[in-house]
Design a protein around this ligand. Structure first.
Ligand SMILES: Cc1cc2nc3c(=O)[nH]c(=O)nc-3n(C[C@H](O)[C@H](O)[C@H](O)COP(=O)(O)OP(=O)(O)OC[C@H]3O[C@@H](n4cnc5c(N)ncnc54)[C@H](O)[C@@H]3O)c2cc1C
Length: 505
């Protein structure tokens, strides 16, 4: 658009791309070509109704709701179609996540998996940025951590901070865009800001599912120059976090997509009732884990179920998708993720395997000595659940699974109804799961041009905010719950609105 741009990034050039480098790449689009090909009838009106219902917006949350509407309306033209010109494509089968349970969620499938994950998506955008005709006007300054925004005569004129932790720098510009992510990489920040919904506190152990650079520093710096910040205490965390077998930072957690046919029990071995099944309401699962004894849970399954259902979110854990290897991808889908099950059962400290319930219970007790896992009680819970394997109607978990099975994209990732204690399905696997942090739902309040607003809802001259720093638009466009795949989408669209507004002047 004829402007000169300087990007200040605290990480090295190899880490350029932020969370998208690790992202699974699921994207929320409405009335997309993929949906139309599958004859999924969707519309912005329907999607906004679902979004609003699921979000349970606070009264008076004006900008978050305006952004939610905008994101839904523009998802396909400004997200899908725009990204397509960079060679980005999505799998032809649209996934159906966050269907809602107590609260209505996605009433139709909208989760489009990027062929190549978030890593390919961001690589394509970076490639295009570097090879752009105006690339000469782009200056990329990695290793620069921004600590402050500087104001002159009522306008933001520069940002300043430190290079590689030693030397100071200052960069001046006619507009400054905050694109620094959220607070999900910093446990102190997460705990400090936590604003419990229904009084529910965070458990003692939390895993970190986001890079530590997401520490909220730039958001606080924006607040210091008058930007309004809202809903920072709201996070989109996940219920089934395990310690990363090869951590990149202390407390690094992997978010499992919780196996649906597993028996989900609390820290002391009692089944979580009503049963917990993923795919309906992540927020509800997280709330229930937080209020369960000791604040963590277990999932018990056997290897045969794990081969079909065990999965983890993120580019790291989906190499066939990430590397765009179609044959390997289809094989993983059809015959199971053998390498993933082997890697996690051999290398993740939160997974134990055993041939018998007694041995499994002993290993579970050794891993979490505070928990009271009795092998007899555990065997009893497993036998009771197993007894319903032939009659799905007799158990709520099996009923929910049957609902999922009616959609073909879900069916393929569901194990056939079976007994966990069936010796042919063994060995048994127990997974100790903690809450893992991920996205910040709140941030800098922005208008539809991504301009940062002050407490009087007036633009802070020269300051813009996008992506997670802006709570994905308006300081919290998801309200309390996300329909999923909306984070990458909102990062793209909020950025595009900022660029257009700056170009117009
Ligand atoms: C494992 C994983 C899986 C995910 N899967 C999905 C998915 O399937 N679908 C989806 O929609 N979303 C997903 N997400 C979320 C999504 O990737 C992020 O919400 C989105 O990428 C946020 O982009 P952002 O640019 O706002 O922030 P970030 O990606 O966090 O980027 C912020 C950048 O700013 C830099 N920075 C921070 N502070 C400073 C400072 N003070 N000075 C200079 N630089 C700074 C950081 O180093 C970073 O590079 C996933 C995230 C993770 C971690």
């Amino acid at each position: 658009m004829g402007k000169s741009v300087a990007i200040y990034e605290r990480e090295s050039v190899e880490r350029l791309g932020g969370s998208a480098l690790e992202a699974f790449g699921g994207m929320f689009f409405v009335d997309s070509p993929e949906q139309r090909r599958m004859r999924i009838a969707d519309s912005p009106e329907r999607a906004f109704n679902d979004w609003k219902a699921f979000a349970e917006f606070d009264k008076g949350a004006l900008w978050p709701q305006m952004w939610a509407k905008h994101l839904v309306e523009r998802s396909t033209p400004d997200g899908h179609d725009w990204l397509k010109q960079f060679g980005i494509r999505w799998l032809p089968v649209v996934m159906w996540v966050e269907r809602g349970q107590r609260i209505q969620g996605n009433t139709v499938p909208r989760f489009h998996l990027t062929w190549g994950t978030g890593q390919f998506l961001i690589a394509q955008l970076i490639k295009s940025m570097r090879s752009h005709a105006s690339a000469g006007r782009l200056s990329l300054r990695c290793g620069h951590r921004v600590d402050r925004f500087d104001m002159h005569a009522g306008k933001i004129v520069s940002c300043s901070g430190v290079i590689e932790g030693v030397e100071d720098f200052r960069g001046s510009a006619e507009a400054v865009v905050v694109a620094a992510g959220g607070i999900g990489g910093n446990l102190e920040q997460v705990r400090e800001h936590w604003s419990p919904v229904e009084g529910i506190e965070l458990p003692e152990t939390l895993l970190l599912g986001t890079h530590p650079g997401a520490d909220g520093r730039a958001v606080r710096a924006s607040e210091a120059v008058g930007a309004q910040v809202s809903h920072v205490g709201r996070m989109w965390n996940y219920a089934a976090g395990i310690r990363h077998p090869r951590p990149s930072w202390p407390g690094h957690g992997v978010s499992l997509i919780p196996p649906k046919s597993a028996l989900w029990i609390d820290a002391h071995g009692k089944r979580m009732m009503p049963p917990m099944v993923s795919g309906f309401d992540t927020f509800d699962l997280v709330q229930r884990v937080c209020t369960s004894p000791l604040g963590f849970t277990w999932q018990i399954l056997n290897r045969r179920i794990a081969l079909t259902e065990l999965a983890a979110s993120g580019a790291d854990w989906n190499p066939a998708l990430r590397e765009r290897r179609i044959v390997r991808f289809l094989l993983d889908m059809l015959v199971g993720n053998r390498w993933l099950v082997d890697d996690l059962t051999s290398n993740c400290p939160d997974m134990v395997i055993a041939g018998t319930v007694e041995e499994l219970a002993a290993k579970m007790r050794a891993l979490t000595p505070d928990a009271r896992i009795e092998s007899e009680a555990l065997a009893h819970e497993l036998e009771r659940f197993d007894a319903t394997a032939g009659s799905p109607e007799s158990d709520e978990q099996r009923q929910l699974i049957e609902r999922l099975r009616r959609y073909r994209a879900d069916k393929i990732r569901l194990a056939k109804p079976q007994r966990i204690l069936d010796p042919k399905g063994g060995p048994l696997i127990a997974i100790c799961e903690h809450i893992v942090t991920r996205k910040s739902l709140g941030g800098i309040v922005t208008d539809l041009r991504s301009r940062a607003l002050n407490s009087a809802d007036q633009p802070v001259p020269g300051l813009y905010a996008i992506g997670e720093s802006a709570g994905f638009g308006g300081g919290g466009s998801h309200g309390q719950r996300a329909l999923e795949g909306t984070f990458l989408l909102a990062s793209v669209i909020t950025a595009r609105r900022a660029a257009e507004a700056i170009a117009k002047g």
